[in-house]
Ligand binder design. Sequence first.
Ligand SMILES: [Zn+2]
Length: 89
Amino acid sequence: MLATVLALLLLQTTATARPTQQRPAARPPRKPAPAGHLVYLCGGSRSFAYHAAPGCEALAWCTTSLRKATVAAATKEGRYPCGRCRPAR
Ligand SMILES: [Zn+2]
C-alpha cells in the first residue's frame, strides 16, 4: 500500500520534472496510400485493426491466419488503422 503511494509520488515527480516534450512527428509519413491499398488483418474475431505491413509487431499477437484486404474493405469491416504501423486511413 505504502509502496504504491510512493510509486505514484515518484511517477508524479518525474512527470513534472520533465516538461512535456513535444515529440516531432514520430515517423516521417510513409508514401501516401490510396483507398485500394492493401493492408493486413489478423483473421481473429478479437482483432480490430488493420496493418500496413505483415511484419507489424502488433500482428505478432495474431494467433490466427493473416489476410490481406484493401483499406476500404477493412474500414467497412469496422477495422481501424493500427497505432503502431500507422497504415493509411
Ligand atoms: Zn500494425
